[in-house]
Design a protein around this ligand. Structure first.
Ligand SMILES: Nc1nc2c(c(=O)[nH]1)N[C@H]1C(S)=C(S)[C@@H](COP(=O)(O)OP(=O)(O)OC[C@H]3O[C@@H](n4cnc5c(=O)[nH]c(N)nc54)[C@H](O)[C@@H]3O)O[C@H]1N2
Ligand SMILES: Nc1nc2c(c(=O)[nH]1)N[C@H]1C(S)=C(S)[C@@H](COP(=O)(O)OP(=O)(O)OC[C@H]3O[C@@H](n4cnc5c(=O)[nH]c(N)nc54)[C@H](O)[C@@H]3O)O[C@H]1N2
Ligand SMILES: [Mo]
Length: 558
């Protein structure tokens, strides 16, 4: 359970549909998701849909990820141009009359304003912004609209931009335009990243919400929680991770309690993060390991891991499932819930929970979407929220007859460029993300032999043409520099990266990609722009002290 990490993942909402439904879509549009490497279960469903059930796949991704091998159509936009590309696809759909007029009329509002904005996003105009050929945009429009059930999958390639919220609204526009929200095997499906990020968000581990996304600032909603907990609560929403670091830097925040997050590797602009953490009067870190962040802490509280405690995870399809203790926690480690309860008791508010089961019962009382969920019902198989009462069977897909707000609202959105673009001094795009063999900051996977054998060190993926221009060979060292820092690592010369773009993962502290990334935030989601910044790339000498064997044989999961 990485609680604060969800601030990074958020803006994603929840999958409207279920994992099993992916297989039965006629058309799958995967945008900004390296599904096979990062969501292998969803990835295997996409593969099966295409190979065995004849589904057509459209991939929109600047990188040549494994999924492109399965695609009928692969659009390769410049990083940061999703909104333009989707507007282009919608322009194609509307200009050929392929939109679902009846659905738009009955179930949505705001279409006229969207139609007006779409006019200028002709496929030719979008080609100039994104580099995607106009004809491919038209083909994508026809293919997506031709499905009876077309499903959209998306992930961090859509959200981790200063325009991430615009990107999410755009994919929702596209799906509603063709009437695919509220049907089986359709919908808009953010693949949630961590095992329980969905559950943590549902429980209100976000700065502005209580459980079930009830607003902190809403007097009526807050009053419910004041009554349930017998305390008075602040109506002021809190800050997100990057905002907290900025406030710490300015001395406005003096103490931080980090639970299951390794900011010293996962936050953007790490030099700034380190300065901010060092200014704190009190830093508490609750983690399994002495992470790079924990090393800076005044107090470290050892936590038990997922296999050492009881509880539930809510997975990406909103399914609440039991997790059972398999082994005893080592040493003084305790489950997070127990550490928090004991700390709270010492601070004067007794949390008298005997077990996670009792906590689940309280969750059901205060969280309408979880009201019908208890340990007895999920003993064998999880339930998908909304599950409104003890008889409710749970919900396979959302928005069947109506949207949460009644009518689905189209958002008329203009494309805006990323906050930092390549220029003469920093001519390359840097985009960052994950590889199959490692998990985030590597606290866990770097301790495991298998992943370390397969992927022992960080690699900078660079296109062969760029490598040629830099006189760079596969496996030689490069220095990657942005306005915020420099990182040295080995180059992997590969067509996975388009010309002009390098890709780095953020799994290795000795080559920390986040020394380079731009902390620019999406104004609404507050998610940092991990997917686009400008860098220069130079050939670098290998240090004598460094290992100099041939580059890791990376099995690219293809
Ligand atoms: N093995 C492994 N699996 C993981 C994780 C892990 O660390 N390791 N982490 C988990 C977590 S918390 C998360 S959030 C998910 C993340 O899962 P994903 O979002 O699938 O992973 P990323 O590698 O961040 O990048 C997503 C894709 O976005 C593309 N992309 C970059 N910029 C753009 C753009 O401007 N437009 C478009 N259309 N695409 C773009 C990248 O090329 C990449 O293929 O993975 C989860 N699964
Ligand atoms: N450049 C770049 N940076 C990124 C991203 C990117 O795509 N590019 N992606 C962002 C995203 S989507 C995410 S989700 C974040 C992830 O960023 P983090 O959440 O900071 O990364 P993790 O390595 O998962 O760190 C989780 C920590 O929790 C500890 N832990 C594991 N289980 C438990 C537990 O049960 N209890 C407690 N108390 N601790 C536990 C682990 O040991 C580890 O130290 O990274 C973000 N940063
Ligand atoms: Mo994430």
């Amino acid at each position: 359970m990485t609680v604060a990490g969800l601030a990074a993942s958020f803006g994603s909402g929840a999958m409207t549909n279920s994992l099993d439904e992916i297989e039965f879509a006629d058309v799958i549009l995967a945008i900004g998701t390296n599904t096979t490497e990062n969501h292998p279960i969803a990835g295997s469903k996409v593969k099966r849909a295409v190979r065995q059930l004849g589904a057509k796949l459209i991939v929109i991704d600047p990188r040549d990820i494994a999924l492109t091998r399965y695609a009928e159509l692969w659009l390769r936009p410049k990083p940061g141009t999703n909104v333009a590309v989707i507007n282009g696809i919608m322009n194609g759909i509307v200009s050929e009359g392929l939109h679902n007029r009846e659905y738009i009329e009955k179930r949505t509002e705001g279409f006229a304003a969207l139609e007006e904005v779409l006019k200028k996003y002709t496929p030719e105009h979008v080609e100039r912004i994104s580099g995607v050929p106009a004809d491919d945009i038209r083909k994508a429009a026809r293919l997506y609209a031709s499905g009876k059930k077309s499903s959209i999958l998306y992930c961090m390639g859509v959200t981790q931009h200063s325009t991430g919220t615009d990107g999410v609204k755009s994919v929702a526009n596209l799906s509603m335009l063709c009437g695919f929200v509220g049907i089986e095997s359709g919908g808009v499906n953010p693949l949630r990243g961590q095992s329980n990020v969905q559950g943590a968000c549902d429980m209100g581990a976000l700065p502005a919400t209580f459980p079930s996304y009830q607003q902190v600032a809403n007097d009526e909603m807050r009053a419910r929680f004041e009554k349930a907990w017998g305390v008075s609560l602040s109506g002021k929403p809190g800050l997100t991770v990057v905002e907290i670091m900025n406030a710490a830097h300015e001395g406005r925040i003096k103490g931080v309690y980090v639970m299951g997050e390794n900011l010293m590797l996962s936050d953007p602009d790490l030099h700034h993060v380190e300065e901010s953490l060092k200014k704190l009067e009190l830093l508490v870190v609750q983690d399994l390991f002495l992470s790079d962040t924990a090393k800076l802490a005044h107090v470290v509280l050892p936590a038990a891991n997922f296999a050492e405690k009881d509880g539930t995870f809510t997975n990406t399809e909103r399914r609440v499932q039991r997790v059972r203790k398999a082994v005893e926690p080592p040493g003084e480690a305790k489950p997070d819930w127990l550490i928090v309860s004991e700390l709270s008791a010492r601070m004067g508010y007794g949390m008298k929970y005997g077990s996670p089961r009792e906590i689940m019962d309280e969750i059901a009382r205060v969280t309408p979407s979880y009201a019908g969920i208890n340990y007895r019902r999920i003993e064998r198989r999880g339930l998908q929220w909304p599950c409104l009462n003890a008889e409710h069977p749970g919900t396979k897909f959302l928005h069947r007859d109506r949207f949460t707000r009644g009518l689905g609202l189209f958002a008329a959105i203009e494309y805006k460029p990323s906050a930092e673009l390549p220029d003469g001094d920093y001519p390359f795009y840097l985009t960052t993300g994950r590889v199959l063999y490692h998990y985030h900051t590597g606290t866990m996977t770097r301790l495991s032999r298998g992943p370390m054998e397969r992927y022992p060190e960080s690699l900078v993926e660079i296109n062969p043409e760029d490598a040629w221009n830099l006189k760079l060979e596969d496996g030689e060292f490069v220095m990657v520099t942005s306005r915020r820092g420099s990182v040295k690592a080995k180059a992997w010369v590969t067509n996975r990266s388009p010309k002009g773009t390098v890709f780095m993962n953020f799994h290795f502290p000795e080559a920390a990609a986040n020394l380079l990334t731009n902390p620019a935030l999406d104004p609404i989601g507050k998610i940092p722009e991990y997917k686009v910044c400008a860098v220069k790339v130079e050939k670098a000498a290998a240090d004598i002290l460094e290992r100099t064997e041939a580059p890791a044989k990376v099995q690219a999961a293809k």
